[in-house]
Write a protein that binds this ligand. Sequence first.
Ligand SMILES: Cc1cc2nc3c(=O)[nH]c(=O)nc-3n(C[C@H](O)[C@H](O)[C@H](O)COP(=O)(O)OP(=O)(O)OC[C@H]3O[C@@H](n4cnc5c(N)ncnc54)[C@H](O)[C@@H]3O)c2cc1C
Length: 399
Amino acid sequence: MQTDVIIIGAGASGLMCAMEAGKRGRSVLVVDHCENVARKVLVSGGGRCNFSNRIMGPEHFICDNPDFVTSALARFTPADFLSLLESHGIEYEEREEGRLFCIGSSRDIVEMLRDECERAGVRFRLGCRVSGIVKTDGFRVETAEGIFDSKSLVIATGGLSYPQLGAGNFGYQVAKQFGLKVTKLRPALTPMKFSPQDARVFGCLAGVSINATVRAGAAHFTENLLFTHTGVSGPAILQISSYWDGKSCLSVDLLPRVDICSVLIEKRGSRSLLSTLLDRYLPKRFVKLWCDLHGAPKPINQYSRQEISAIARDLHDWRLRPGGTEGFNKAEVTLGGVDTRDISSKTMESKKTPGLYFVGEVLDVTGRLGGYNLHWAWASGHAAGESAGPGAQVQAFSQ
Ligand SMILES: Cc1cc2nc3c(=O)[nH]c(=O)nc-3n(C[C@H](O)[C@H](O)[C@H](O)COP(=O)(O)OP(=O)(O)OC[C@H]3O[C@@H](n4cnc5c(N)ncnc54)[C@H](O)[C@@H]3O)c2cc1C
């Protein structure tokens, strides 16, 4: 079967690319080894899909080649995605820090993408295993259901996270087959594990959540930190996991909005127990454990200035050395990917192999938590969709 564009991967970026290429009159075939499309979109945002963010710029992405994202983001903005939602009557809401969510369910977005693809005449082969790719005049895709030929080939197979939803290393293998580099891959936006020693001490705090500032190197995030049975999670930890070097301590400010040293000095005459005062600012279960670890709590008027400074330091700069991350099984995304230095930032086409495109998470582009990864999938898929197919490769090399 001969087609203008074959897209491998029916996830967020693959579907966006398919509908755009189809709208331009290109014949498009999407192949996926799973039976269902966009499974990660369905589970995203706790089922409400944090599909984009009003505040969008290169600073929200980690990439070895930081300017790479600029062009695609400028040509497909959050407003563009919102117009698409509005044209399908899908309701959405803006939450903290510009995060955009569906009011109904992620399923609305998946149905919208399928509907757009159908209107654009896109064909699908789902549950279809790809065994190899051969370079011909265009590309030959060998699958369990036969051979498909195309002028352009788009790799939209995502990253390594959540293998249970169909993730695998296929896209990286194709990149290597065509002479592209793949940067170091590691789990990002992932919960972290305690060291065995900390697990014994802090495991009892499972379910406790604290608004904290978490730092790793120069990066810091102020959001919720959640204790789990095995470690720490919550938005602050997921965010910082993308910046953690795998060995250093995290610095956790458990009271980012309170100068606890000043509060304690102000209350120096008080006969209340330290724990009673801390209960006002932190969850009781945490305070109890923290006080147990730091010696039985005394009335505040019995603490010296030095002791107060030490208490403040411990609460504002708790040093936590994680035992590791929870890995790809629980990471929302993969850090690293196909090296973007060999990819056109305008079209997502390989500079080495005309007609071969990489979109979405398979590229070395990792968004922060907050709708950035899906927006990257839309923007990069859109960029490739505007270019893939016969007669469009020229502009890729204007870069
Ligand atoms: C639990 C969870 C929650 C998330 N929540 C959010 C969120 O709220 N907001 C946000 O911005 N991001 C979120 N993300 C990240 C976001 O879902 C991904 O970054 C995004 O889906 C990547 O799009 P993609 O098209 O590159 O890859 P994917 O959407 O992963 O699609 C890849 C497709 O390729 C297919 N495929 C893989 N290998 C092969 C192969 N060998 N042959 C054929 N097909 C193949 C897969 O089956 C899949 O359909 C979340 C991720 C997870 C795991």
